[in-house]
Design a protein. Structure first.
Length: 423
């Protein structure tokens, strides 16, 4: 039960008051924090194909998800023939064998150079003995002999051409012997014609042998080399198994048009996304970012691309790439990103935004409470507290604080208490 005095006290309104807050000296940093998912920079689908008219079959797989693929490394075998990965601007477009020249030969050579199998000085676009040896070693690493690419028909043709060369050489020798006997007689003229004919036949046989030898040389078919823009890359997925049938180079077969191995860039990026009703930070390509210490090891990043909504996509996507490479978060990790959009020029005087007032002439000012309140945080003061007006120029604003500089002869110091919302 209350007393009359208590009832009077309860009915009396509290004294009017104001909130005052301290002036501080600090460096202002305009920063924004958002989140993103770490993922591999890009992925390239790779198709395995048969080189013949019939659909091929996968006979071995040399890679699995998470493996790193380097230049001239075998990733699989089709019909017992390895498929090696090579970096390059375009795929091979013909069968390559010793004696060939062209930019596709250079693609193969550059791959062998990257793998340490061929001297860079010999990568001149001509398929010479050094290139043949290096290619044989690349395929030999997985137990494949390139000479197996020579068909029985090609070997038979070479053997037949060699026999023809021997016979032509014998005919030349016989014609020359006959010419020696008849050299001083009239029939010598016919003998000379026979020698010339035999020599022409010999040259033709030699050309035939040369052509047959080239045809019977180990061959690198286009489907044996999987060309991608860059290596090394990481295997992101494998969607084929040993025993699966594949499509042919003509696009036939059950596995035609399917992606069998997904090779991802070894580089990592962070993907951040905002829906159309969310406020997107004011960042652009080139904006520096950090992963703060409180979420794990600190890392520096830079915004690589900002994708604005387009077509059916209503979201904004920001891609950021790491500029540091050690202890980078694993793909799938969700991280906090901090972007500093601006900073003050060193430490400045700051007050709460609600302490700023303006008069009819547009001059800005704050009300500073007289006396030393001893408060280090915002506090309540009587509405009748004595104040003085201090003119200020405002500067950079971050969150709920703004940089100020006293104007004229007015003085403002750290620790002074300013009245909030005084009007």
């Amino acid at each position: 039960m209350s007393t009359p005095a208590q009832d009077v006290a309860d009915a009396t309104p509290p004294p009017e008051s104001v909130i005052i807050a301290p002036v501080t000296r600090e460096a202002l940093v305009d920063a924004v924090t958002f989140r993103g998912d770490v993922q591999l920079a890009d992925s390239l689908p790779v198709q395995l194909r048969s080189g013949g008219e019939a659909a091929g079959v996968v006979t071995s797989l040399q890679v699995s998800p998470g493996d790193e693929v380097r230049a001239a490394q075998a990733v699989a075998s089709v019909d017992g023939v390895p498929r090696i990965a090579c970096p390059g601007p375009f795929p091979l477009y013909r069968e390559l064998r010793p004696g060939d020249e062209g930019p596709d030969v250079r693609v193969l050579q550059d791959c062998l150079v990257d793998a340490g199998l061929l001297a860079e000085a010999t990568a001149d676009g001509t398929f010479g003995p050094g290139t043949a040896d290096a290619a044989a070693e690349a395929f030999g690493r997985v137990g494949f002999d390139l000479s197996a690419t020579v068909s029985d028909e090609q070997q038979t043709a070479l053997a037949s051409a060699r026999r023809g060369l021997v016979e032509a050489e014998e005919q030349v020798d016989a014609a020359r012997d006959a010419l020696d006997v008849l050299e001083r007689s009239d029939p010598a003229t016919d003998a000379r014609r026979q020698v010339a004919t035999a020599e022409r036949a010999f040259e033709a046989a030699r050309d035939t042998v040369s052509s047959a030898r080239r045809e019977a040389s180990p061959t690198i078919a286009p489907e044996m080399v999987l060309v991608v823009p860059s290596l090394p890359r990481q295997v992101a997925a494998v969607s084929v198994a040993v025993g699966d049938y594949l499509g042919t180079t003509q696009g036939d077969g059950d596995g035609a048009g399917q992606d069998h191995i997904l090779l991802a860039s070894a580089d990592l990026v962070v993907r951040s996304e905002w829906s159309e009703d969310e406020a997107v930070p004011t960042i652009e390509a080139g904006t520096a970012l950090t992963i703060p210490d409180d979420t794990g090891p600190a890392h520096d990043l830079v915004v690589r691309q900002v994708e604005a909504p387009t077509g059916d996509r209503t979201t904004t996507i920001v891609w950021s790439e790491f500029t540091t490479s050690e202890d980078v978060p694993q793909p799938g990790t969700n991280v906090a990103l901090r972007a500093e959009l601006g900073t003050s020029d060193g430490e400045v005087l700051t007050v709460p935004l609600t302490a700023i007032n303006s008069d009819a002439e547009g001059r800005t000012y704050v009300h500073v409470a007289d006396g030393d309140t001893g408060a280090a945080e915002p506090t309540v003061a009587p509405a009748a507290v004595q104040t003085r007006r201090v003119g200020v120029e405002t500067g950079m604003a971050v969150d709920d604080r703004v940089a100020v500089v006293p104007t004229g002869q007015d003085r403002l110091d750290p620790g002074d208490m300013v009245v909030l919302g005084s009007g």
